[in-house]
Design a protein around this ligand. Structure first.
Ligand SMILES: NC(=O)C1=CN([C@@H]2O[C@H](COP(=O)(O)OP(=O)(O)OC[C@H]3O[C@@H](n4cnc5c(N)ncnc54)[C@H](OP(=O)(O)O)[C@@H]3O)[C@@H](O)[C@H]2O)C=CC1
Ligand SMILES: CC(C)(CO)C(=O)C(=O)O
Length: 326
């Protein structure tokens, strides 16, 4: 079974190293100095349990790797649409595409049923690049829980977590989902196949939607922004607006907003990924994490005044830094 990880940075590098260590037939698509280092010296993974270096097949050209059984996309959300055409050599008749990207996935309304079936989302899939270029039937949903970082070219530091929840858009326990789940489990990762992957997407999204832009605007860590009375209230209002949208879409939340905020506070003095991107001059994932929820507000005719306000502020912050909308 051939697995290609497209965008093998922090998350893709972590997953790729674990799969390679377990002897899976895995290849990585990356670029720049990180690719060069992985090719020359292997991929080094630093975990709490120790450090390992594994030899990997890596390229910046999908044509070197050929058709795959699974392509796991671990790019930042805004990096995917521009590379859909570059990914075509990886896609054969039965290739499954796993979307390991934060935020509202582009395939959200595929096989959801009801009047919104097939709705496309411009914020995450401008011009329908993924919908048309991959085809939604290939997609297996994924919620990424681990935290990791590329700390030097060719070196990935795992911070915490090993769960990649998988789920079919129609909720079925398909053969392709179970097969990938087993391959990931054999590599020491947790990959449960969920019947309602959208419910899990929303619980994760609750945090990314609110904590990430608030941290980028205030430079506060999670423990601070989740407990400061003012920013906690902003996060709470954003989450309640998102809750109203999600409920109209049939989502059932297993926890309430206060528990979700407490969960954020418990993570401690963590700088969210959006704040790290701002600090390090990398494009910010604003559309996938915040703009997409505003778009879903319009789709479901749900008011999103707090989300709109925070989006306007963080979008301008990103533009002023040259890291958004350029
Ligand atoms: N990191 C984390 O802890 C977590 C991340 N996530 C989510 O997972 C997704 C991936 O994030 P993360 O792993 O942090 O991102 P990274 O930026 O670390 O990884 C993406 C990698 O893809 C490379 N890349 C971009 N474009 C191309 C291209 N055209 N060809 C080849 N390589 C390319 C990037 O290179 P370059 O650096 O040169 O741009 C980078 O190495 C995001 O949606 C994120 O929100 C979710 C949970 C936690
Ligand atoms: C902050 C956290 C843990 C949840 O919003 C996260 O996923 C991120 O940093 O992007």
């Amino acid at each position: 079974m051939k697995i290609c990880i497209f965008g093998a940075g922090a998350i893709g590098g972590y997953m790729g190293a674990k799969l390679a260590q377990a002897g899976a037939d895995v290849s990585l698509v990356a670029r720049g100095p990180h690719l060069k280092a992985m090719r020359e010296d292997g991929l080094r993974l630093i975990e709490e349990s120790g450090e390992t270096t594994v030899k990997v097949t890596a390229s910046d050209d999908a044509a070197d790797l050929g058709p795959q059984d699974y392509v796991i996309v671990t790019l930042k959300a805004h990096s995917v649409p521009p590379v859909v055409s570059k990914m075509q050599p990886l896609i054969g008749e039965n290739t499954t595409i796993v979307s390991g990207v934060n935020g509202v996935p582009w395939w959200y309304f595929h096989k959801i049923g009801g009047p919104l079936e097939g709705t496309r989302l411009e914020t995450v899939d401008p011009g329908n690049a993924q919908w048309d270029g991959f085809g939604p039937d290939r997609v297996l949903g994924c919620v990424v829980y681990p935290a990791a970082e590329v700390i030097a070219p060719g070196v990935v530091k795992h911070i915490e977590g090993n769960r990649f929840s998988l789920g079919e858009p129609d909720g079925s326990k398909s053969e392709r989902a179970l097969t990938l789940s087993k391959a990931l489990a054999d590599a020491g990762l947790r990959a449960p196949v969920r019947p309602k992957i959208r419910d899990e997407i929303w619980v994760k999204l609750w945090g990314n939607l609110s904590f990430n832009p608030i941290s980028a605007l205030t430079h506060a860590t999670l423990d601070v922004l989740c407990t400061d009375p003012g920013t906690r209230e902003v996060a709470r209002n954003m989450m309640l607006e998102a809750h109203a949208i999600a409920e109209k879409l049939g989502v059932k939340f297993p926890i309430d907003v206060d528990r979700r905020i407490q969960g954020g506070a418990d993570v401690g003095a963590h700088r969210t990924s959006m704040l790290q991107d701002l600090d390090q001059g990398r494009p910010m994932e604003i559309d996938a994490l915040v703009g997409s929820v505003k778009e879903l507000g319009r789709v479901t005719e749900t008011p999103t005044p707090t989300i709109d306000t925070v989006l306007a502020l963080v979008a301008l912050r990103g533009r002023v830094a040259g890291l958004y909308g350029v």
